[in-house]
Write a protein that binds this ligand. Structure first.
Ligand code: MRU
Length: 350
């Protein structure tokens, strides 16, 4: 099966092409953004989603804004691109990668001396982010695969796969690499209410690769753990702070249950997802719209006027995490994320 590509830049027409993930698994369609405003909408609606893919989107978004700019002085050009980038950054506050991708390309542009040079540099830096992401996911996969035993059933939540990265995936990258190494791995994926990234996306991409996958509702996970049907849990991350892992709402519940049942709970994330100075209480958790919870399959599921809560993410204390797999190594307790080795190409964020 051909390698799945989630998001890329079409340099001849200066647009960002991506798989519209709101349509899966019903239809597979490639959509395009020609402005950073359109990109912001694609991110807000989760047509583009998942931490590393948001990093790529941020990087390509800055390149797009730069290359389509008609400003004539460098100062006007740069402040216009920066204003667009700030706007884009605010679309999803919890995932650190979006801002990381944006800042990486802006920093590269600042090293240039002309608008023409800055436009070229922005695109080449964004393309480098995409290339590196593919390599990083493979490295995470190879390191993480050593943690999974042969003949193992792995539970995952949300989608931390190719559809959340440029390709391969982080948590699903670990599963793919373990299978590539000859291990017999079965995957249980939680549907991931309210937007069903597990059921719609993870099940779709694993099934496409002929990987053994079964979908359960989120509330079934504890019982499967109790019955001894889950060997390991592995999830991705949107932000790793000094004391917690932020990931899709529901992750914390699995971590608590895994701890109770003595099941290893692993997190797979690139170094770009680390917030080296942040603590859980500093982080803004995105609160999403009522409709995502109050309707299902186009039908109302909650009486009008009854309030809902819809935080997009939760925080899992590091004490519940057995190991964090990055491209530069595997971390375990006692966690000191400031010891994480940053890849040479990353701008230092400490
Ligand atoms: O709201 P989403 O779909 O963007 O949330 C995605 C997740 O929580 C993923 O687990 C996380 O971004 C890691 S993706 C490698």
């Amino acid at each position: 099966m051909e390698q799945l590509k989630t998001l890329w830049y079409e340099a001849d027409t200066d647009c960002i092409a991506y798989i519209d993930e709101t349509l899966l698994p019903v239809s597979f369609e490639i959509a395009r953004c020609t402005t950073i405003g359109e990109l912001g909408i694609a991110i807000k609606t989760l047509a583009i989603r998942g931490a590393p893919a948001l990093g790529l989107a941020g990087a390509f978004g800055v390149a797009l804004a730069a290359r389509r700019s008609g400003e004539t002085t460098f100062e006007q050009f740069y402040s216009r691109v920066q204003a667009d980038a700030n706007q884009l950054s605010s679309t999803r506050p919890t995932a650190v990668n979006l801002t990381w991708g944006i800042q990486r390309v802006l920093s590269r542009m600042r090293t240039t001396g002309s608008i023409h040079e800055a436009k070229e540099a922005a695109l080449s830096e964004a393309l480098a982010v995409a290339r590196e992401d593919a390599i990083i996911c493979r490295k995470i996969g190879e390191q993480g695969a050593t943690l999974l035993p042969d003949r193992c059933t792995v539970l995952t939540h949300c989608n931390a796969g190719a559809l959340a990265c440029s390709e391969w995936g982080t948590a699903l990258g670990v599963i793919r690499s373990a299978i590539a190494a000859g291990k017999d791995i079965r995957v249980i994926v939680c549907e991931t209410r309210p937007l069903l990234q597990g059921a719609r996306l993870t099940a779709w991409e694993l099934d496409r690769d002929d990987i053994d996958v079964t979908v359960i509702t989120d509330s079934m996970a504890a019982q499967l753990m109790r019955k001894g049907e889950i060997g390991s849990v592995i999830v991705g991350a949107d932000r790793v702070t000094r004391d917690a892992v932020f990931n899709k709402i529901g992750t914390y519940m699995h971590a608590v249950c895994a701890k109770y049942h003595a099941i290893p709970f692993y997190v797979a994330a690139p170094v770009s997802t680390f917030d080296f100075n942040g603590m859980e209480h500093d982080i803004v958790v995105e609160e999403r719209g009522r409709d995502e919870v109050a309707s299902l399959y186009g039908r109302k599921t909650i009486p009008d006027g009854v309030p809902v809560k819809n935080p997009g993410f939760d925080a899992t204390p590091l004490a519940l995490v057995s190991a964090i797999v990055t491209e530069t190594g595997i971390l375990s307790a006692p966690y000191d994320i400031r010891q994480v080795i940053e890849p040479a190409e990353n701008t230092s964020r400490r």
